[in-house]
Structures are given as C-alpha cells and as structure tokens.
Design a protein around this ligand. Structure first.
Ligand code: ZN
Ligand code: ZN
Length: 181
C-alpha cells in the first residue's frame, strides 16, 4: 500500500489541484485496462470567503474482472452494514418486547451482539469474495484499488494505492515528489 499526498489551494472560489494522469493499466492487478471507473471525492476548500466543498473526479483504468469484483465488494459492504445494523436494532427491539429493557444481562447481550455481528459480517464478506468475486491472481485489493481522503485544514488530498507498482508508475507519470508509506 502506498500513499500520495497532493496539496491544493483555493483561490477566487476555485480549487486548484494538479491535473492527474493515470497509467493505462489496471489499478488493481496491473493487467491491460479495458474499462474505466470514475473515482469521486468531495474536498473542502478553506480560506477567503470561508469553506466550500468541491467535487473532484478522476477516470481510473481497470481490467474487466477487477472492475467487476470492486463493484461487487462495494455493493456487498453496503448490504452487510445496513443488514447488520437492522439486525442489531431488531435484537434490541426483541429484548424490549420481552420486557428485558432494564435487565442487565439483556443489555450486556445487546452490547456484545454488535462486535459479534461485525465479526460474522467480516467472515461473510471474505466468503463472498472467495466464492463470487471475479479476481485475477495479481489482484491487490478486494474493493476499488484506490482510496481518496482529504483534509480541509491541511488543504491536501491523499490517494491510497493498494497496488505498489501502479503507485510507482503513477508517481513517475505525474512527476510527484510527495510520497509516504
Ligand atoms: Zn485487473
Ligand atoms: Zn482485482
């Protein structure tokens, strides 16, 4: 995993970030890219007339198999998180209906149910990945191969690459010097 930090500035109500080029190969496995995925991120620009939010997007190359498994796994994340929360609320409601809302053991069980559900969800996700995902032997990440975060106070965007070779190619293509492990 490699991280690249890109500083940006805000001036005249616009956000200035260097234009980025993406090596034309799959960002996950490094194979020939046949598809593109739009990577989006909302960054906060501060200074001047206060804070404004800017929508950034980039077109990231993927091979067909990797784009498929990345899409599948990000959909599975949502299903598992929403499902897990509903189940947890359901357990709480069930205990309440049984008149156990003030029972210390029931409250303990309810609290304990959260990490247990989290663990079950984690195992389920692994299982789905192994059974259903269209992976290649060189895949570097289950979901999308690049993550974006940003800091409004530091005025910088941080890209996390799960494929180190792709990160290196990206860094030389864009002549970047900002890199941290
Ligand atoms: Zn790929
Ligand atoms: Zn992959």
């Amino acid at each position: 995993m490699r991280q690249v930090v890109l500083p940006y500035t805000k001036a005249d109500g616009k956000l200035y970030l260097q234009a980025l080029e993406w090596p034309e190969k799959c960002a996950c496995c490094g194979a020939e890219a046949t598809e593109h995925n739009t990577l989006t991120h909302r960054a906060e620009g501060t200074g001047g007339d206060g804070s404004t939010y800017y929508d950034l997007n980039w077109s990231v190359p993927y091979c067909r198999a990797c784009l498929k498994h990345a899409k599948l796994m990000s959909a599975i994340n949502i299903v598992l998180i929403v499902g897990g929360i509903l189940l947890w609320v359901g357990i709480g409601y069930g205990l309440f209906l049984m008149g156990l809302a003030e029972n210390i053991f029931a409250i303990g069980a309810f609290i304990l149910a959260l990490p247990i559900l989290g663990f079950i969800g984690y195992r389920l996700r692994k299982l789905i990945y192994h059974l259903l995902a269209s992976t290649t032997p060189n895949c570097t990440h289950e979901g999308y191969a690049i993550d974006v975060t940003s800091s409004g106070t530091q005025q910088q965007v941080k890209l996390t690459f799960f494929n180190d070779d792709y990160a290196s190619a990206f860094i030389s293509l864009n002549q970047l010097q900002y890199i941290s492990k």
